[in-house]
Ligand binder design. Structure first.
Ligand code: CDP
Ligand code: CDP
Length: 228
């Protein structure tokens, strides 16, 4: 028979997680949950309230930030404390600080609980860094996406090119690659819920795959996992 399952997709930056997760969710009629957007929303809140430097000096004070926070998904929009921050959380300033905020245990504890609530009815595709290892270690299907760092930098560059107004200055590819590697390193080396492949996860290298073929592979695995 067909059952409602959880599909956990983890991997480093720009490996193709959200593109794959969104399309697989659509094909299955499941809900897609972008947990990176939740960590980005907390980071955006810290920047907006001007408390980031204070947090670096005394990380314990992060609970103040979490006390009143509300994060919701409405369709593909991300709502922080009642306002739409979908565009703002993709800002480079947020990308540079998000690994620090994500390393704090109170932040992880709070978001993990929110994510577990969102997946309670199952029928979700959730992507992030620790979904298969920590948030849903019992997920019926676990995927670990990887891709060559240069290729990942090129993907981000292509996205910036599309988003930027004509004549805008773009960061160079080497810088993008360095920033991506730096974030992967911070995410991999942190103490709490580091980026890591679960032993049962299926690893897929997307460096030389088309989007269609990576989606097809995960979709096929999902159909098999849902009929076991
Ligand atoms: O899309 P991109 O690869 O740039 O990253 P993201 O999925 O938006 O995640 C941004 C950051 O949030 C990551 O670099 C991690 O520091 C953190 N994150 C995490 O710690 N745990 C998750 N489950 C998801 C994201
Ligand atoms: O969520 P994550 O950061 O892992 O990656 P993403 O945002 O899904 O993908 C990064 C970019 O790579 C997107 O612009 C995709 O269209 C592109 N891409 C891909 O995901 N897979 C390929 N085989 C080729 C390009």
């Amino acid at each position: 028979g067909k059952k409602r399952i959880i599909i956990a997709i983890d991997g480093p930056a720009a490996s193709g997680k959200s593109t794959t997760a969104r399309k697989v969710a659509e094909k299955l009629g499941y809900t897609y949950i972008d947990t990176g957007a939740m960590y980005r929303a907390v980071t955006f809140k810290a920047l907006r309230e001007g408390v980031l430097e204070g947090l670096r000096r005394s990380p314990g004070s992060v609970s103040g930030l979490l006390d009143t926070i509300s994060i919701e998904f409405r369709g593909d929009r991300v709502i922080l404390d009642g306002s739409d921050v979908t565009a703002e959380i993709r800002d480079n300033r947020v990308s540079r600080e998000v690994s620090f905020i994500s390393s704090l245990k109170p932040v992880r504890d709070r978001l993990r609980r929110m994510q577990q609530d969102l997946g309670r009815q199952r029928a979700v595709v959730m992507d992030g860094r620790d979904i298969g290892t920590v948030v849903f270690p019992d997920a019926e299907l676990k995927i670990f996406l990887v891709a060559d760092a240069r290729e990942r930098a090129k993907r981000r560059y292509a996205e910036l090119l599309l988003k930027s107004p004509e004549g805008a200055e773009l960061p160079d590819l080497d810088l993008l690659e360095d920033e991506i590697k730096q974030r992967d390193e911070e995410d991999t080396l942190r103490e709490h819920a580091p980026l890591k492949k679960h032993p049962d996860a299926v690893e897929i290298d997307t460096s030389d795959l088309t989007i269609e073929s990576q989606v097809e592979r995960v979709y096929t695995l999902a159909l098999a996992a849902g009929t076991k």
